[in-house]
Design a protein around this ligand. Structure first.
Ligand code: NAD
Ligand code: TYD
Length: 351
């Protein structure tokens, strides 16, 4: 079946994996990637598919209503897979307004454009909103986030994502817009901007820089390989039930410090360094304000209803990830020049 799908944020980390997967797998679909190319968006992430005949790139800002409306007029999209967002908690603490603009106002612009374009003829249409487990708040030692866990966002980032989720549900309820939301745990893998824990620490170990561990390092995250997230999005987009929410997670909880120790061990092996040398770079620093203690996803609905499960165990995924960053030195040095240096200085210098 022919489709013309708008993917927003397709030049970012997860978006580029989703774009690549759909462009390669579904020749009948036209994939239009709309991205503002912020510091986190990089067309180098898509070099391998950029000349595919079913792929089009459009540079633009989802906050710009006129631009978004015109794009919908130009292409009459059948579907939207919405990933564009400001995505880094630390940046949201420094500058919440940018998160409100992109994550909330940008999402509502897309919802309005879809509603206007589809004009109540919703047959075969879908607005798929990609969200995060952080909307559910922070867990204690036990328990998991399920699809019915009440929202309790605690950072400017998670509050903006929670707000966008609420708007998506409001458009489904009020205007019958066909929507699906998925909420995923922490992703890792290739093409992730080195401000997030895993690529940042790989980059720092490579350059023998300190590894800045927030607080006591005993915070817990549930990690999923990014290609498994892209596979889940593909599955939910095609087989998910309109109006539903699906949690996506790795069944893979790690305390930060344990993950960092494992990463150091893999880096020592890959770089041919003496065992224990990378771990010497671990430096405890001032905690992130309002740091969420633990995230852990119950992804059993997606597993039972649609048969999805992660394909890689964590150690295997982390090894692949480390190898990718070491082999893609040019990518890493390109994205860590310019704006990155100022960000790094502001974020870590005084801590
Ligand atoms: P990212 O920061 O790597 O990429 C975001 C992309 O959106 C970039 O290409 C950027 O240029 C683009 N963008 C930002 N503002 C824009 C705007 N105003 N208009 C158009 N494009 C804009 O993010 P990511 O990690 O790939 O996350 C993608 C989505 O998945 C986000 O919605 C995020 O909330 C969600 N998510 C991320 C994770 C994770 O671990 N990274 C986990 C769960 C959910
Ligand atoms: P991050 O990758 O920023 O993802 P999120 O905050 O969305 O979970 O951080 C993952 C964990 O690692 C989180 O508990 C914060 C911690 N962390 C550090 O200890 N030091 C760092 O420099 C960074 C970026 C994160």
């Amino acid at each position: 079946m022919k489709k013309i799908i708008l993917i927003t944020g397709g030049a970012g980390f997860i978006g580029s994996h989703v774009v690549r997967r759909l462009v390669n797998k579904y020749e009948d679909y036209t994939i239009v990637n709309l991205d503002k190319l912020t510091y986190a968006g990089n067309l180098e992430n898509l070099i391998d598919i950029e000349s595919s005949s079913n792929y089009i790139f459009e540079k633009g800002d989802i906050v710009d209503k006129a631009f978004v409306d015109n794009l919908f007029l130009k292409y009459a999209f059948s579907d939207v897979i919405h990933l564009a967002a400001e995505s880094h908690v630390d940046r949201s603490i420094e500058n919440p307004m940018e998160f409100i603009m992109t994550n909330v106002v940008g999402t509502v612009n897309l919802l309005n454009a879809a509603k206007e374009t589809w004009k109540n003829n919703f047959e075969g249409k879908l607005f798929y909103h990609v969200s995060t487990d952080e909307v559910y708040g922070s867990l204690g030692e036990v328990g998991l986030f399920t699809e019915s866990t009440p929202y309790d966002p605690r950072s400017p980032y998670s509050s903006s994502k929670a707000s966008s989720d609420h708007f998506v549900r409001a458009y489904e309820n009020t205007y019958n817009l066909p929507t699906i939301i998925s909420n995923c745990s922490n992703n890792y893998g290739s093409f992730q901007f080195p401000e997030k824990l895993i690529p940042l620490f790989i980059h720092n170990i490579k350059n023998e820089k300190p590894l800045p561990v927030y607080g006591d390092g005993k915070y817990t995250r549930d990690w999923l390989y990014v290609e498994d997230h892209a596979a889940a999005i593909d599955l939910i987009f095609h087989k998910g039930k309109v109006g539903e929410t699906y949690n996506i997670g790795g069944f893979n909880e790690w305390q930060n410090i344990e993950l960092i120790q494992l990463l150091c061990k893999i880096m020592d092996e890959k770089l041919g360094k003496e065992a224990g040398s990378s771990a010497k770079l671990i430096t405890y620093i001032k905690d992130r304000p309002g740091h969420d203690k633990r995230y852990a996803i119950d992804a059993s609905k997606l597993n039972k209803q649609l048969g999805w499960q992660p394909s890689l165990d964590f150690e295997e995924g982390l090894e692949k990830t480390v190898s990718w960053y070491l082999e893609n030195d040019i990518w890493l040095s390109n994205v860590t020049s310019g704006e990155y240096l100022t960000y790094y200085e502001n974020q870590y210098a005084s801590k």
